[in-house]
Design a protein around this ligand. Sequence first.
Ligand SMILES: [Zn+2]
Length: 72
Amino acid sequence: MIEIECPDCESIGKMSLAQTLYEGPYRCWKCRSLFQIVLANDKLQSIKPITEEELEAWQELQKLTRRDSGDD
Ligand SMILES: [Zn+2]
């Protein structure tokens, strides 16, 4: 489990990873702030605030990426 401290309210959230590298959105369970985070080697490497619009854009991108890879 990787602990993620929310820069806004300092609440600790936890994430478990299937892969060693994760780059994507994180939403604080307490204050509902959105962040783009990078996790690597069981550590939080970067965390920066994003907007709902940026989250939606990221989700759209994931859909496209998944479709292109032909996995499903
Ligand atoms: Zn928070």
